[in-house]
Design a protein around this ligand. Sequence first.
Ligand code: SR1
Ligand code: MG
Length: 405
Amino acid sequence: MTHYVAFNAQRAIDYVSTLIDTQQCDFFAPGQTLSAYEFGDGNLNLVFRISDEHNNSVILKQALPYARCVGESWPLTLDRARIEAQVLLNHGAICPQFTVRVLHYCATQALTIMEDLGQLQILRGAQNNAQQFPQLAQHVATYLSHTGFYNSDFYLPAQHKKALVSQFTNPELCQITEDLFFSDPYIDHPRNNYPQQLAPHVQALRNNSALKLAVAKLKARFLSSPQSLLHGDMHSGSIFVDQQNTKMIDPEFGFFGPIGFDIGSFIGNLLLNYCAQRGHIADFVARRNYQTHLLSTLVECYSVFEQQWVSLIEQHTTEQSFKVAGYSEQFMQQVLQDSIGFCGTELIRRTIGLAHVADIDSIRDDDTRLSVQQQTLALGEQLILNAPSCNTKDAFFSLLISQLN
Ligand code: SR1
Ligand code: MG
């Protein structure tokens, strides 16, 4: 096939069979009968699992020329498949243990074939079932600090970094984030999605000029801070887990942006789940135990992320100018404040914007769901407003504890 065709299961099999016949892959032995099915439930792409007769399997992910969750009325670049494959290769070279492995990429068909992580679970579903992952904090922190540092100006020669910034320019997907995180929730926009009963709370947000100023500053940071190569979509649906393993997938929103964005998105998703547990775990003590686990995960993740960044800066900074006394402390303080602010925007956009989270939407009782939505909105607002006065991570944790009930 010399031109792009959106696959069905048979086409996915035919594509892989051609790779086998032409000896372009070694993930299936020749002569096997392959089977495939499509199971993508994300917002954008087709996702097939392809298996042989011995239950060996791979995942084939193909970008559609539009956003799947909306339809053909929202055209979207196929180049996002290249971005995703190349971010995975970049991050996989730095943190292979935490990055899904790329087996094959094809620009014409906008597809990537990856290792099948089907033995693991998607974090969001597991957390909605109150499962605990003791290694998660350490693993996410290590992935974000190491991929962040080794793609930053602390480490990369300036010309090399600029070449990477150009390679990972991702304007259409960044536009989605710019709109969904920083614009839509604060205006009347048809993409927004919230129940009528929440309208007074949404209006109060939109009337809060201090909040809108703080969100404008966060948007400016997102638009104009090419600090490192981000994953770009670090929510709980982009992470596979079990008790020993954590694997990041889906970095199609990757680009050079502010370091606080990824960790802010991740902790925002922990907080969304924390709030949503009121609609999932009825027993008070059991709920408190699980919420305590989520909060400990958040505290450990941010603490390890910061410690590892500081130690990477101390040991591996190549840029002499950044070794000047006091620079790294100020840098890390700005990352903290950005992280808290971006975390707040994730809470708000997942509550009233286009793309919700199952943590909240799956709450059956309407009143409980509404009160959780009020809580995530209020928490998001407080985090955004107070981010600039959090000078240390402990101030951030105290702020959180004061806001959570
Ligand atoms: C139209 S895309 C909506 C959301 O899904 C992705 O996973 C990103 O989070 C994006 O904001
Ligand atoms: Mg995704």
